[in-house]
Design a protein around this ligand. Sequence first.
Ligand code: FEO
Length: 397
Amino acid sequence: MKPVQIAEGIYDVGVQDWNISDFHGYSTPFGTSYNAFLIVDKQIALIDTVKSPFADRLLENITAVVDPGKIDLVISNHTEMDHSGGLPQVVQRIGEETPVYCSKMGEKNLARHFPGRLNLRAVSSGAEISLGKNTLAFLETRMLHWPDSMFSYLKEQRILFSSDAFGQHYAGFEKYDDIVGDAIMPHAKKYFANILLLYAPLILKLVDQIADMGLAIDMICPDHGVLWRHDPKKIIDAYVCWSRQEPVEKAVVVYDTMWNSTQKMAEAIAAGLYEGGMAVRPMSLRKWHRSDVMSEVLDAAAVVVGSPTLNNGIFPTVADFLTYMKGLKPKNKIGGAFGSYGWSGESPAQIAETLESMGFDLPEKGPKIQYIPEREALAACFDFGKRIAGQRAGERR
Ligand code: FEO
């Protein structure tokens, strides 16, 4: 894909990764992009690079705008290898003495990734570099989502280069929010739920900090997906909403099954939740990737987890999901645990223990059914779902 001029003298020279389907354990059926930005002014600056296998394509894109040898400085907003993997190759091409500006933690982290290969220069929040007509200012955003993360802000054109924040794993020729429209929001939500959720309290502080600084933002350019030129406030407001984790009247019933018994229970529980007034979707971990389930968990009021008992424990896919969800620290949920078993039946109690350790409120003991759930057992599952929905309705009153 050719470079795209996004503002006066500013180009997106990044690349599309159409075929990536797994981004360190997060499913990316729409691929992703590694956005990188070239600012052509009296001094020429490159903001971020790309994953190392795409470095040649990045250099081709830069060459379509300027001779890469004319780049005066590089900004690294984030050390993770999807943005810094191409740095050594780029620096080799543009000149090994080219300064690479990064946060203080970025200096440490980039040195650990590429020892002795980069001319690193640390900048702190508030530092500025004049490029000529344009001025770049920096804001450290530690732990959003790595210790080294920072934003770069182009003052005169009011453009925020936000690294991973406000991004989406979405490859496309459509470069802007107004072209993709609301269809981009599920991608942004999934990104938030799977990458940023555990840092939600820091995001709320950062948004307040940006407001206190009076930072006017006409465009947000994240390092993945579309750029927010039409309505940057929309994604900032969405981040505030997602960070507050105020649940909506929705439940997720997530489960796996061996001989369909836990599946029958899941569907009966979901029917009960629906009857009790909640939107609900039973999500089999054979069909749904853990990262898709997390998107639904983000704003769900209730998360009900089911597993058969296998070898005295939780079925592996469900254990995988619980570990993943626990790491992302979702808040303000009620939970439930259920499952079928043959002779020992430990899994519901083990699931309940995990959910409680995450701070979920478990108001009802979930059903545990031996072998095959018949009519009476399924009615008990239905009632369990309905009671969970009732608990949620009680919380709202
Ligand atoms: Fe897109 Fe944290 O890297």
